[in-house]
Write a protein that binds this ligand. Structure first.
Ligand SMILES: [Zn+2]
Length: 263
């Protein structure tokens, strides 16, 4: 049904291809953010610092063609690169499929794509360096907050949920005596409140991220990679929960409510 219109099929391909390019940009952005480099100038191999030619910088294809190694020094290229590109592309397409029938289609899609890009950054950055990139969260949070208000959500409601998200982690921050939760997680909570101004969706993010977090922690402990007390970064789980909620949240909540309203 969705693919019966040639125009939606065409736009799907565009959304996917655009996602690949943005994914490639995000890889580069995450690295330069960490290294505190500017965004100008061509990409280079982090190992041998050789500049990367445009034909070696094509999302996914170059990785396959080079068999995951730098052309000059043969150092392995991280699997993160093609993975981030493909995941971003899939998510960009899924967001398009969610939004394309909405009357506010274009603004909604821009907001969702900005949100996906930010969540991908948070996921990779926190996973690699156990740090939440707060500056990115401030800028993108304000942008998404503005877009939500523009899309018709009252600013009082939106600001209320920013506070809810922040306070939720602020409480844990003090309860765990600043050990379990980092300052970055408080900003992350505020960001999620700005992006999802809805109690149901925020609750779903929490349930999903703590659920996934517990399962992954158990597996890690079982395979004795981590000790019970070692800190596992919260960001990747929150980002995963938020992405699932963005794409399938309404459906999950409708399904869940249906369990209780059947007769
Ligand atoms: Zn190299």
């Amino acid at each position: 049904m969705y693919f019966q219109y040639p125009i939606t099929a065409l736009f799907s391909v565009f959304a996917f291809a655009f996602g690949l390019i943005i994914g490639s940009f995000l890889n580069c952005f995450i690295w330069r953010l960490y290294k505190e480099e500017t965004l100008g100038g061509r990409s280079y191999c982090p190992q041998c610092r050789h500049l990367i030619e445009w034909f070696d910088n094509i999302p996914v294809l170059s990785f396959l063609f080079l068999r995951g190694r730098c052309r000059h020094c043969r150092e392995k290229i991280s699997f993160q690169y093609p993975l981030v590109e493909i995941v971003t592309a899939c998510l960009f397409w899924l967001a398009f499929r969610n939004d394309y029938l909405s009357p506010q289609f274009s603004w909604l899609l821009i907001r969702d794509w900005l949100l996906i890009a930010t969540l991908v950054i948070i996921f990779v950055y926190d996973l690699r360096w156990q740090l939440v990139p707060t500056r990115v969260i401030w800028v993108m949070g304000l942008l998404i907050l503005g877009l939500n208000i523009f899309l018709g959500i009252s600013w009082q409601v939106n600001v209320f949920f920013v506070a809810v998200g922040a306070v939720f982690y602020l409480i844990q921050y003090f309860l765990t005596k600043k050990k379990g939760i980092g300052e970055g997680d408080i900003w992350l909570g505020a960001f999620l409140g700005a992006a999802f101004p809805s109690g149901g969706l925020l609750l779903l993010i929490m349930v999903l991220s703590y659920g996934i977090g517990s399962i992954v922690s158990l597996i890690l402990v079982y395979r004795s990679k981590k000790k019970w007390k070692s800190r596992i970064a919260l960001g990747p789980f929150l980002a995963t929960g938020a992405i699932i909620t963005l794409i399938w949240g309404e459906k999950i909540i409708t399904w869940y409510m249906g369990l209780f309203s059947g007769r």
